[in-house]
Design a protein around this ligand. Structure first.
Ligand SMILES: [Cu+2]
Length: 313
């Protein structure tokens, strides 16, 4: 089921990138062998016994020309293949299937035009897919090695990746720009499906229906897992980047609001504010600015479910 290593022609970008890579690898290999052989021959031919008197050599135009012209041609050929492999990546087809990738410390979520949100990237086979990359905090980088695509995600900038997946299967996607403590949590799956299956999945609303039959606490926990709250918050009392959620609901807190220190009770309103405006009250002993507002990513209903779950901790 898992196709991770077998990646030939997993996307339309593979050929161009692999060509440039193999060319450079091949040239390096030839030089490695050539230089090593030359070195060994010289050690033998010009050692003290065979060649007791050193000769003074005064330049050689032929040699100068050879070692200028050949490397120039080689780097130009490398440049050409690199360029030819890269150029198509800058030109996404107009009818690409658009998906927004939201990146934040420390998770990726994928948002579809019909409102579906997932933490696995589902995509149709043989269709151009364009990922619009957004970062809410620092620089991240989206990398799908099997597809040979990688792009930095810069806050405030419009970055994208596009490709045509050509092989069904499950692949890795991860952040490849060190973005802080739990950078390694930014690791997701890409699932390439036949177009028919994808379309079925895309219009399927039972996922939402399932959320309704979930108990409210299970739903809250699922939302928090999917969106990555547990990268910074534990439920067992241990301190991570943020405070633990153990016993949070109804508990006493010392918080800093602006420069005032005050005591608050963690009730619905406090938790609601902590999620939508986290830097309004800073919990004593923790840093400001690490948790960013979830205003665009969570709805009022989501927060209600999260609070229901927190009551059980
Ligand atoms: Cu990252």
């Amino acid at each position: 089921m898992y196709i991770l290593a077998n990646t030939t022609h997993a996307s339309n970008m593979v050929e161009g990138v692999d060509k440039a890579f193999l060319l450079i690898l091949g040239v390096s290999f030839i030089f490695l062998i050539g230089l090593t052989i030359t070195m060994l021959v010289f050690i033998y031919k010009y050692n003290k016994e065979k060649n007791p008197r050193a000769t003074q050599i005064k330049g050689s135009n032929t040699l100068e020309i050879i070692w200028t012209v050949i490397p120039t041609i080689l780097v130009l050929v490398m440049f050409y293949y690199g360029w030819a492999g890269w150029k198509p990546m800058t030109k996404p087809p107009k009818d690409s299937f658009n998906i927004t990738v939201n990146s934040r410390m420390w998770n990726f979520t994928f948002e579809y035009e019909n409102g579906k949100k997932t933490d696995t990237l589902f995509i149709p086979k043989d269709k151009a897919v364009k990922l619009n990359l957004r970062s809410m905090d620092v620089i991240h980088s989206v990398y799908i090695p099997a597809f040979r695509v990688k792009q930095d995600v810069v806050p405030g900038a419009e970055k994208f990746l596009w490709f045509i997946p050509q092989k069904e299967g499950i692949y890795e996607l991860f952040c490849t720009e060190y973005c802080g403590l739990n950078h390694s949590y930014m690791y997701n799956w890409v699932k390439v499906m036949p177009e028919e299956d994808f379309n079925k999945w895309y219009v399927d609303t039972t996922q939402k229906a399932m959320a309704v039959v979930d108990s409210p606490t299970a739903a809250g926990k699922r939302i928090m897992t999917n969106i990555g709250c547990f990268a910074c918050h534990s439920i067992d009392g241990s301190k991570l980047v943020g405070p633990s959620f153990k016993g949070i609901y109804g508990g006493q807190r010392t918080v800093k609001t602006g420069s005032d220190e005050r005591q608050v009770v963690a009730d619905d309103e406090y938790i609601h504010r902590s999620i939508f405006d986290p830097n309004a009250d800073i919990v004593d002993g923790f840093n400001k600015g690490l948790m960013l507002p979830y205003t665009t990513q969570l709805t009022e209903d989501d927060v209600k479910l999260i609070i229901e779950y927190m009551k059980t901790l």
